[in-house]
Design a binder for this molecule. Structure first.
Ligand code: NFA
Length: 101
C-alpha cells in the first residue's frame, strides 16, 4: 500500500479572503418625489438627511448613484426592500445591484 507523507506546513494563511462586494445603485426616474427618495435612503441605508439628499441629487442629475457597497445578499436584500418601499406607495423608484469591479 502506498502512502503519501507530507511535512506539516510551517506557515499558515494569516487572514481569510474578503468576500466580493456589491454596489447598490439608485436609478433616477421622472416620477418619484425627491422627498420620498430621501426618506427611503434614510430608512434603509441609515443615511443622514445631508447624505441622503446628496445621493438623491446625484442620481437626479447624473441618472444613477452608488448608494453603498455590501456583501451580495445584504446588497440584494436592501435594494429589494428599498424598491418595495416605493412600490407600496405606487412610485417607480428602482434600486439595483452590481459587483464592484
Ligand atoms: N427625478 C425625481 C424628481 O424630479 C427625483 C428622483 C431622484 C427620483 C433620484 C429617483 C432618484 N422628482
Amino acid at each position: 500500500m502506498t502512502e503519501t507523507v507530507t511535512k506539516p506546513r510551517l506557515r499558515t494563511r494569516k487572514q481569510v479572503a474578503r468576500p466580493p462586494l456589491y454596489k447598490v445603485i439608485l436609478l433616477n426616474d421622472d416620477f418619484t418625489p425627491r422627498e420620498f427618495v430621501v426618506r427611503v435612503l434614510k430608512a434603509e441605508f441609515r443615511m443622514s438627511e445631508d447624505q441622503a439628499h446628496n445621493v438623491m441629487i446625484t442620481a437626479h442629475t447624473k441618472g444613477a448613484c452608488v448608494v453603498a457597497v455590501f456583501v451580495k445578499d445584504v446588497a440584494e436584500t436592501k435594494a429589494t426592500r428599498a424598491t418595495d418601499m416605493a412600490r407600496g406607495e405606487g412610485y417607480p423608484l428602482l434600486f439595483t445591484t452590481e459587483p464592484e469591479t
